[in-house]
Write a protein that binds this ligand. Structure first.
Ligand SMILES: [Zn+2]
Length: 170
C-alpha cells in the first residue's frame, strides 16, 4: 500500500505527492504539483501555492489512522475522537500508538511543549516595536475606512440621515 505523504487540511484523506513540473499554456512559469488521491486512486495537478495552502505534509508522529485530524476519518464522524491516537492527532515519535497512559501523557506533553515554544516566539514577535506600530497603523486605517463608509451611506441614503429626515433642499 502506498504511504500517504500529505492530507487535505480541511477534508482529510490520504494523498501522495507524485511529482512537480513547470506548467505550460496559461500556467506558463508556474510550478505544478502532481498528486494522487490514494483512496479514490485519482491523479490530479494543482499549482504549488494551492497545494501548500490546502494540503499539509504528514509528519512521522502524526497518527497513522486519522493523519493528525484527531477524529474518526473512516466513519467521517467529526465528534468522535480517533481510536488510534485517543483524539490527540499525534502518536509517539516513532509513529507507534501509545501503549499506556504514561506514553499517552508523553505525546500530550510533546504537543503542549511545541505549542508553548511557538507561543513564546509569537509573543516575542508581537512585542517588537515595529509590529506594535504596524498593528496600530492598521487599526487607525480601519477606523478611517469605517467612518468614510458610514458617511458615504448617509450621503447615499434617501433622506434618512442621523436625527430622522435629512434636509435635501429643493
Ligand atoms: Zn488518530
Amino acid at each position: 500500500m502506498t504511504k500517504p505523504t500529505h492530507t487535505h487540511r480541511a477534508q482529510g484523506g490520504r494523498f501522495e505527492q507524485v511529482d512537480e513540473q513547470m506548467g505550460g499554456g496559461v500556467l506558463e512559469g508556474q510550478l505544478l504539483v502532481i498528486y494522487r488521491d490514494i483512496d479514490k486512486d485519482v491523479t490530479s495537478a494543482t499549482t504549488e501555492g494551492d497545494w501548500r495552502q490546502h494540503w499539509r505534509p504528514i509528519a512521522k508522529d502524526d497518527c497513522p489512522v486519522c493523519l493528525g485530524a484527531g477524529h474518526d476519518q473512516i466513519k467521517k464522524a467529526k465528534h468522535q475522537p480517533c481510536g488510534g491516537c485517543f483524539g490527540l492527532g499525534k502518536v509517539k515519535a516513532d509513529g507507534e500508538k501509545p501503549a499506556d497512559l504514561w506514553q499517552l501523557a508523553d505525546v500530550a506533553l510533546g504537543i503542549i511543549k511545541r505549542q508553548q515554544h511557538e507561543l513564546e516566539q509569537r509573543r516575542q514577535a508581537m512585542a517588537l516595536p515595529e509590529v506594535a506600530a504596524a498593528l496600530q497603523a492598521e487599526k487607525e486605517a480601519r477606523i478611517t475606512d469605517s467612518v468614510a463608509h458610514q458617511e458615504q451611506q448617509w450621503r447615499d441614503g434617501k433622506g434618512h440621515g442621523p436625527g430622522g429626515r435629512r434636509y435635501v433642499g429643493d
